[in-house]
Design a protein. Structure first.
Length: 306
């Protein structure tokens, strides 16, 4: 169901599942800060388990170590379009009696071990911010679930807690999907599969052309990767970014600061996450979108390989 933003999608899913004050939710330290802010919006405390150094998504073995009696849920982030290790995380959630909610905001049409992301647990949250693989013209989001009771509750929560017009039996927020954004998304949705195939082909071209380059290209761990972004890693990021800029090639850094290092997180006493901190100091996103040509990918690769 549509909601106002991807952040709201996460927060509403947590609220709909009864997660709030006094509860802890384990999540990734490498993501847009909104993943953790959404947990705080629901009244719960984000707890960070460090990432796998190669996959760049939350490490299942560290999730297990972070569980306390207050832990109620796990919120993995499918970062850059790379699915988290969902078989391992789903097993932990099942064994430890925890709720699993997926942050799919960068992973439209992605699959993990052949299963669509967002369907492994109780709910999945999506963002349709304009830069996403499927984007609206402004903020927009959605929550998916196969639980009819949860779906009904989320419809109330996103609409001020209304059960019927002017009747508010429970607390809710104003987070309805705007009709104009919905219309744009409906028109663009049929193109998503083709855009995804183009992203995968361009990513494969990057991998081929960057073989032997003086940078590290994070491996593709799952064929369901949808390449929202194409990050590389280098300890000499500033120099490489400047060289690309001088060649007329724009790059971005996603994300320059691990979430636990954000000032807004200091109130939740975050544990250090050194692997995420190192990755945040090294990642650089190369140009990648369906309109990119193979010749342009080759040009980027030539500057990197020197």
């Amino acid at each position: 169901m549509g909601v106002g933003t991807g952040t709201d999608a996460i927060a509403l899913a947590l609220m709909g599942l009864g997660i709030g004050e006094g509860d802890e939710v384990i999540t990734s330290p490498l993501s847009a800060a909104y993943s953790a802010l959404a947990i705080m919006m629901a009244g719960a405390r984000p707890v960070f388990a460090d990432i796998d150094a190669e996959r760049l998504t939350i490490a299942p073995e560290l999730v297990e170590r972070a569980i306390t009696p207050k832990t109620k849920a796990i919120l993995p982030v499918h970062l850059y379009g790379q699915p988290a290790d969902m078989p391992a995380l789903a097993d932990i959630a099942r064994r430890r009696g925890l709720i699993l909610i997926e942050d799919c905001c960068q992973a439209h049409l992605a699959t993990a071990a052949g299963k669509p992301v967002g369907t492994w647990g109780a709910a999945g949250a999506f963002s349709f911010y304009p830069t996403k693989n499927l984007g609206a013209l402004g903020d927009a989001g959605a929550v998916i679930t196969n639980d009819a009771g949860l779906a009904a509750k989320l419809r109330r929560l996103r609409n001020g807690g209304q059960s019927s017009r002017y009747q508010h039996p429970e607390f809710g927020v104003n987070s309805r999907l705007d009709e104009m954004q919905a219309a744009i998304l409906r028109a663009r949705l049929p193109r998503l599969a083709g855009w995804t195939a183009a992203r995968r082909a361009l990513a494969a071209r990057y991998r081929e052309r960057l073989t032997g380059a003086p940078v590290h290209v994070p491996p593709e761990f799952d064929a369901g990767h949808v390449y929202h972004l194409f990050p590389i890693r280098t300890p000499d990021r500033d120099t490489l970014q400047a060289r690309l800029r001088d060649a007329g090639i724009e790059t971005l850094i996603h994300y320059p600061l691990a979430i636990p290092a954000q000032q807004a997180m200091q109130t939740v006493d975050p544990a250090p996450c050194p692997v995420a901190e190192q990755a945040a100091s090294q990642v650089l996103s190369l140009p990648l979108h369906p309109g990119l040509t193979t010749a342009e990918v080759d040009a980027v690769a030539r500057v990197i390989t020197g």
